[in-house]
Design a protein. Structure first.
Length: 264
């Protein structure tokens, strides 16, 4: 048995596989495509070794090269693997089972999202008979401040995992005059939004993230009253957003049945 086999036997793992997984974990920490040299530097590996791993990952669909830059990003296989892992969470499975019924009852497209590494992530999508025209799909990351889904997480999710994205979006809102919701430019604005959302029991936006569409979202709460997932209805009629709308009532009732704590 050679030295590498001895070392692997003592560590209880496979060193080459450990190195490969380290490379993938490093990639997922980036917000976008990354160069081979950056990966080699951050992983402490020779570029030639990193290139061999990336070639194998590309063959498996876990990694893809991004356009002319030649930089590397997580591929379709990585997205599907992540979605499959999220789907095994009990809150996701239970909620996914009722999406078709809610879609049929309301006649609207229904999304199910969880909080992932980079924000509110769509993991289930039930399209209505007349689907809303949008480029969103599975794996889409929704903004925290300007989407109904994001606002539901803002109001009910644990705050620590949200903090970095919350700060970044708030800085952007202060910097640009084209932000979707001009009212949200301070922590006080966010606090007011959260209080209003929790009081109503749902979050809403009208054309803030995608022009022409309206959306309402409500949380699925665990036994601590924290959002583990968010269900969102998407339509085109502003009446959807009204508190006394049958659609709003259907959404809240659905999420309440799936929750362990009272929404509000």
């Amino acid at each position: 048995m050679d030295n590498e086999d001895d070392s692997e036997r003592q560590s209880g793992g496979i060193q080459s596989l450990d190195a490969a997984l380290k490379l993938l974990n490093t990639m997922q920490a980036y917000a976008g495509p990354v160069s081979l040299s950056e990966l080699a530097r951050d992983c402490g590996m020779p570029p030639s070794k990193v290139h061999r791993y990336l070639t194998s990952f590309s063959n498996a669909g876990l990694v893809a090269q991004a356009g002319r830059s030649g930089k590397y990003d997580l591929g379709h296989g990585a997205v599907m693997l992540g979605l499959a892992a999220l789907a095994r969470h009990d809150f996701v499975n239970r909620a996914a089972d009722v999406l078709p019924e809610l879609c049929q009852e309301t006649g609207l497209t229904v999304l199910l999202s969880v909080w992932g590494t980079h924000g509110a992530t769509v993991v289930r999508w039930e399209r209505a008979a007349t689907p809303a025209v949008t480029s969103m799909g599975l794996g889409t990351i929704l903004p925290l401040l300007n989407s109904a889904t994001g606002r539901a997480f803002l109001a009910w999710a644990p705050q620590a995992p949200l903090q970095n994205i919350r700060n970044a979006e708030l800085r952007e809102a202060r910097r640009t005059s084209t932000t979707a919701d001009q009212r949200i430019t301070s922590e006080k604005d966010i606090e007011k939004l959260v209080a209003e959302t929790r009081q109503r029991g749902y979050a809403s936006v009208e054309g803030r993230y995608i022009p022409g569409l309206v959306a309402i979202a409500a949380p699925i709460l665990d036994w601590q009253g924290e959002a583990q997932a968010v269900v969102t209805l998407i339509g085109t009629d502003p009446e959807v957003m009204q508190p006394d709308s049958p659609l709003t009532k259907s959404l809240i009732a659905c999420c309440q049945r799936l929750s362990y704590a009272k929404i509000g």
